[in-house]
Ligand binder design. Sequence first.
Ligand code: PEP
Ligand code: MN
Length: 334
Amino acid sequence: MIVVLKHGVTEEKREQLIGWLKKLGLQIHVSQGEYQTVLGLVGDTSRVDMDLVGSLEIVDSVKQVSEPFKCCNRKFHPEDTVVEIGDVKVGGGHFVMIAGPCSVESEEQIVTVAKAVKAAGAQMLRGGAFKPRTSPYDFAGLKAEGLELLRIARKETGLPIVTELMNIMDLELFEDVDVIQIGARNMQNFDLLRELGKLDKPILLKRGLANTLKELLMSAEYIMASGNERVILCERGIRTFSDYTRNTLDLAAVPMLHELSHLPVIVDPSHATGIAKLVPPMALAATAGGADGLIIEVHNDPMHALCDGAQSLRPEEFSALAEKVRAVRKVVTA
Ligand code: PEP
Ligand code: MN
């Protein structure tokens, strides 16, 4: 349920109403916009007499929110959420380029790529240290050592680091990671999501291979309902009957998610296509479609990459793409 307050309501009256609603056992999310204050009510709202609340002098309107996702619902928070990672902002008109290798392989590799993507305009560095692999025989990442190498690359470049957490037991190692990525395969690991909700750290939540947008939003809801509102959604392609691409990039997800939710939405054209040649056109299309950012795999030597070389751009290819992305952004924001 949402309660929209009249313009110019005093803080005292607003707090009185919030206090009363809390006594009914509800959680209240306050969204203070420039023109409107919206109270989002979470919990058993059947105890609230809608007519009574609607008749209060300070209340403009009361509406039921029929969707099962509440905290991430745009009705709860009409303005875009801006997630801040140090000086980097994502959402609400702030566009972010995240780039780096699929997995961290060596100090030389990660530092070389970090410097190159920074020079090309990336604002954050990606790199997997814990890798979910389909085959148990494949390279599964350098784990704690990989995180250490990411820290070195961050120190060398100043780029915040984005890296995947697979298991809650490893959380301690991620204490100084700037953004925790939750991969497609863990999107519905609900225990993990609840734990992430207890952190004060941005979470990059990737859409599952075969999950709907509602399911993605419900997963974001798990994190937010546990107290962490710093969630970035990521469309990374879904399973369809596509035969020549790794997945199918669902670009309509971007404007749809923007309509349903106030959270930033970024796009991963690398895992969506699986083919380096297809990454630039899909990255540009995602930018044109209103994405709040891109996460792109870049490797200094894709032929010898330990993971996902076929979809990795070379630094110079990323640099050329980044320039085009900036040009498309100019058109989108004009
Ligand atoms: C990744 O970004 O490294 C990754 C494994 O992606 P996804 O979870 O989308 O497959
Ligand atoms: Mn990858």
